[in-house]
Ligand binder design. Structure first.
Ligand code: GDG
Length: 727
């Protein structure tokens, strides 16, 4: 039976070692709760690092204990943790992805460790997974894992979710290992982020850095399509709402309020991290106290900072800065009976946290960047009396959903001061309206909703992929093809040129055939039973120059020009090309507006090539040009086509299918093979007899029966036909 495997850097468990014995305690984070419904069922498991470097002699005990909770450990050494986790994950990726590139460390040994540890995870997965399992990988520590797993388990269903932001392409491109990272992720079937902005940034990076095409959240990788979408993560709403209502928490609220003399509470909770904007928040509070002395002794800022990554230099510096700021504010404003900032540098048990949420009049959540931020959602869920004010940074993913909060820019200290003042005087009635609306959102889009939504979309992505898939030409099918070839008396072989026999180059004029290809075509065509037809969109003069000396037939310009090798070139019919005079200036205008593009003029077609320009600009202009042309060609016998980085206009009677049919009618054959990569080759495939072998290059979406990955694979197949062996 297909299983589900959750993979994350940390397992949801706290393993501790005291006096030589180890203790195991499940950790009750939101993700663990949400995914509980997934990994605790059937044979499913959660795989990750247990959070402790264990001796080899202890490993078996850890495995046995964790297996009871359906977890499988990946053991990491101290140097793995130092270089992969603290190093590459937290000193390279974390700052870059949170727009703190100036803090990013580019260290080759960190990258190597990151690669090595991702491989360790992969080895563990492969040990436990079956080929058709569903694997859900989490977060930025494991960006290379999807492709590594894909290589070992090509048919598995792989989902990936990133919990932190994906930065704009302009920031992401600064990483020396940017391309490997994107390629690592593209092994997944579904890639999820918290917000649509993250999706956009990721897709744009893929388009620019990997050179793949994407539309409507689908990236075409050649042999698979990868879905990318936004899945804003939620919290375990009921747990927060119920705990806030519990007697124990009510008792705590009363006790704490008395201790704080019933002052208004502003609450701030984060892990120690520069992305959370803690110093900026303190400065805003300091300015607020300065500007609004009437609030002195009236409000207390409870600031909880949970220790985190304290081995990393930047975090040590941040800790010192926060300590100093708190000291300064309290030093300036405190009185005998009032400390403006109640600062805690430790974490609290869950119920005390709930009490803080319940008693806070204002939650001050002002990260500089945050993938989502769950603290603000937990605050909203805990407001059991329906009051409360949320001040929320627009740089947090949560701001997209909680638009009734007071949204601020954390770089604008004056705006934050204004928001604090406003929050403290908002009438209760207005508070209730905003809180009710936000509660409805947080309740509906809770953690269970998030898990189900992601899993459903993952199933859908895989189904869609399978439905469109042509079969990869390999193994038995390939042997059969070669067999049929060998037994045939008369063979007809249609081969497209660019993208099929030759890989694309940035300059279409530089794709002349290499020696190997010429030799291969020569050998193939020399066999008496073979008729080899090159069927291309190129102009006939170029084809004649490059391939004219070979004993092959040629169809040029999608079927305008035909040449049987025994005869001269001739045109398919009397076509009109007077339209070119009207249309050429439009193409010229696009060339003049878009440096790097060029106009190719064929006898009965005009082509605009944009392979060398920024891919997004190219697509945009191509769309403009196509609609411009489509408007002009109404009632004319012309057709506009968007191909691989080209826009082409040509006579409608011309297509590769019509041309290929002539050969099919004229030459009887008991073996027909057609190979092509382009949209225009679909016309060829369409007219082929039922028992023909039709092969698409580089993409699985096609009406062809089979696909191969690249021109290299086409050549390999042709070589095997010539040599009569399947490898
Ligand atoms: C990453 C992304 C994204 C905090 N103090 C205590 C305590 N906490 C709990 C909170 C909350 C969690 O820690 C913090 O979650 P956040 O979402 O706010 O932030 P990150 O840790 O940075 O998480 C973030 C998240 O992943 C999920 O995708 O939202 O953007 O950076 O649940 O309640 N819990 C207890 N005591 C504390 O003192 N018990």
């Amino acid at each position: 039976m297909a299983r589900k495997i959750i993979v994350s850097n940390r397992l949801p468990v706290k393993v501790r070692r005291a006096d030589g014995t180890m203790t195991f305690e499940p950790s009750e984070g939101g993700l663990a709760t949400g995914l509980g419904s997934v990994y605790k069922e059937g044979e499913n498991i959660w795989l990750g690092w247990p959070g402790l470097c264990v001796e080899e002699s202890e490993e078996q005990q850890v495995i046995t204990e964790l297996q009871k909770e359906r977890m499988q450990p990946v053991f990491l050494t101290e140097s793995d943790i130092k270089e992969y986790y603290e190093g590459f994950s937290n000193e390279t990726l974390w700052p870059t992805f949170h727009y703190f590139s100036q803090f990013a460390v580019y260290e080759q040994s960190y990258w190597e460790a990151y690669y090595r540890v991702n491989q360790k995870f992969c080895e563990q997965i492969v040990k436990f997974a079956n080929p058709d399992d569903t694997i859900w990988i989490h977060d930025y520590q494991l960006l290379l894992l999807p492709s590594m797993v894909r290589e070992s388990l090509p048919d598995s269903t792989i989902g990936f979710f990133q919990h932190i932001p994906f930065p704009s392409y302009e920031v992401f491109r600064m990483l020396p290992w940017r391309k490997q990272i994107l390629q690592g992720l593209l092994g997944a079937d579904l890639i999820g982020f918290h917000t649509y902005d993250d999706v956009r940034h990721f897709v744009s990076s893929v388009i620019h850095l990997v050179g793949l095409a994407a539309s409507h959240g689908i990236i075409e990788t050649g042999n698979r399509s990868v879905m990318v979408d936004a899945f804003p993560m939620g919290i375990d709403y009921d747990k927060y709402a119920q705990t806030a209502n519990s007697e124990k928490v009510s008792g705590m609220v009363q006790e704490f309020q008395e201790a704080l003399r019933h002052r208004k509470i502003i609450l701030s909770i984060d892990r120690l991290d520069y992305s959370k904007g803690i110093p900026q928040r303190l400065r805003a509070f300091e300015m607020f106290l300065k500007q609004y002395p009437e609030f002195h002794e009236q409000v207390t800022l409870i600031m909880i900072v949970v220790p985190s990554r304290d081995q990393v230099e930047k975090y040590k510096e941040l800790k010192i800065e926060v300590d100093e700021l708190v000291g300064r504010i309290n030093g300036l404003y405190r009185t005998l009976s009032w400390a403006p900032v109640q600062y805690y540098y430790h974490s609290f048990p869950f119920e005390e946290l709930s009490a803080f949420y319940r008693m806070a009049h204002v939650a001050l959540v002002t990260p500089m960047r945050d993938g989502m931020n769950l603290v603000c959602k937990e605050y909203i869920a805990s407001r059991n009396d329906g009051t409360g004010v949320l001040i929320l940074s627009e740089m947090a993913g949560a701001a997209k959903e909680l638009s009734e909060a007071i949204l601020i820019n954390p770089n604008d200290v004056h705006q934050m001061v204004g928001a604090l003042q406003q929050a403290l005087i908002v009438p209760e009635e207005n508070q209730r309206v905003a809180v009710a609306s936000m509660q409805a959102t947080v309740q509906k889009y809770n953690i269970h909703h998030w898990v189900n939504l992601f899993m459903d979309r993952l199933t859908y992505a895989k189904e869609k992929q399978n439905a469109l898939k042509t079969t990869l030409l390999k193994g038995e099918v390939k042997k059969q093809l070669i067999n049929n070839y060998q037994q045939a008396q008369q063979r007809l072989i249609f081969l497209d040129y660019d993208g099929t026999l030759m890989p694309f180059t940035r300059d279409p004029n530089k794709t002349q055939p290499d020696e190997e290809l010429l030799h291969l075509l020569q050998t193939l065509a020399a066999e008496a039973a073979n008729r080899v037809v090159i069927i291309s969109g190129r102009d006939h003069k170029t084809l004649a120059k490059w391939l004219g000396h070979l004993p092959i037939d040629m169809i040029a310009e999608h079927g305008v020009w035909l040449r049987k090798h025994e005869t001269e070139w001739r045109m398919i019919q009397n076509l009109d090309n007077s339209w070119k005079e009207d249309i050429r200036p439009i193409f010229e205008m696009y060339v003049s507006r878009t440096p790097g593009t060029l106009l190719e003029e064929k006898d009965f077609a005009l082509v605009w090539h944009y392979r060398k320009v920024d891919p997004v600009l190219g697509e945009t202009r191509a769309g403009e040009l196509s609609s411009h042309l489509n408007y002009l060609i109404a009632n004319r016998n012309l057709q506009v086509m968007e191909g691989d980085k080209i826009v082409e206009i040509k006579n409608i009677e011309v297509n590769k299918g019509i041309a290929a049919s002539r050969w099919l009618h004229q030459y009887g054959s008991d073996f027909v093979l057609a190979i092509g990569d382009d949209r225009t080759d679909e016309d060829t495939f369409r007219v082929m007899p039922k028992d023909a072998y039709t092969i698409k290059v580089g993409n699985i979406r096609s009406i062809a029966k089979y696909h191969v990955q690249s021109p290299q694979h086409v050549r390999e197949l042709l070589r095997q036909l010539v040599n009569g062996s399947a490898q």
